[in-house]
Write a protein that binds this ligand. Structure first.
Ligand SMILES: C[S@@+](CC[C@H](N)C(=O)[O-])C[C@H]1O[C@@H](n2cnc3c(N)ncnc32)[C@H](O)[C@@H]1O
Length: 216
């Protein structure tokens, strides 16, 4: 399904939804790389704050190894598919990303980058401290691999607010196979979580967005 929504447009639509639904929470991005999409998210929030005169998103959390993709598990491999490689996207650091965000005119204390592989960073005590009081209104999952997406989703489960938006940039990667990549991770997550999930929209060439509701 071609929708004509590009990646920046997808972020904008997610923020529009949050603001028009009067849903409050924070923005979480898993896979920051050089900060382009995180900066775009900050810009979308500023736009909707100005337009509505309200503030529904307080903080922006960005998780990345800043050392590129991790070692692959068996489930991250597909015969003859070499689009992703361990160590890919290592050409970045958190200073570069903070500098980019500062350029958006956002107080940098609204942005928190948490470096490290998810297997460490998502379970670290220091992360729990940094996240105190933060729930997830938008989760942008842009980490390419099944194993990485699985770790993010397990982390997100108890933190999602009602009406949260999940964005998966890599939904149709791995040639669109549902038994690989983030699609597999989300299907498995849904089997073990009580949330209602609604299709929201497709974007770019491989992205898909969902709305998640909590059972009442
Ligand atoms: C495609 S890039 C993200 C691009 C970025 N969202 C943008 O649009 O500007 C994917 C990122 O995910 C990160 N990543 C993937 N799996 C990870 C893991 N298990 N732990 C930490 N970082 C991971 C990589 O380091 C890489 O920077």
């Amino acid at each position: 399904m071609v929708t004509g929504i590009d990646r920046p447009g997808a972020l904008d639509k997610a923020f529009e939804f949050i603001y028009k639904s009067e849903t409050s929470g924070d923005y979480f991005e898993f896979g920051v790389f050089q900060g382009v999409s995180l900066a775009r998210a900050v810009r979308s929030d500023l736009h909707w704050r100005k337009k509505t005169g309200r503030a529904h998103v307080s903080r922006f959390f960005g998780f990345d190894s800043f050392r590129g993709l991790p070692v692959f598990s068996d489930a991250d491999q597909l015969e003859g598919y070499a689009v992703f490689q361990p160590g890919q996207f290592a050409d970045t650091d958190s200073r570069t990303v903070y500098a980019l965000i500062e350029g958006e005119g956002v107080p940098v204390d609204r942005v928190c980058l948490i470096p490290g592989f998810f297997s460490d960073s998502l379970v670290a005590e220091s992360t729990t401290t940094q996240l105190a009081g933060s729930d997830v209104a938008i989760a942008h999952i842009d980490c390419d691999l099944y194993s990485s997406a699985k770790e993010c989703l397990d982390f997100l489960g108890p933190r999602l607010v009602d009406g949260a938006v999940l964005l998966f940039d890599d939904w149709f990667c791995y040639r669109g196979r549902p038994d690989r990549g983030v699609h597999k991770a989300f299907d498995e997550w849904r089997m073990h979580n009580p949330h209602f999930v609604s299709d929201f929209f497709n974007y770019s060439w491989a992205g898909r967005a969902f709305i998640v509701n909590l059972p009442l």
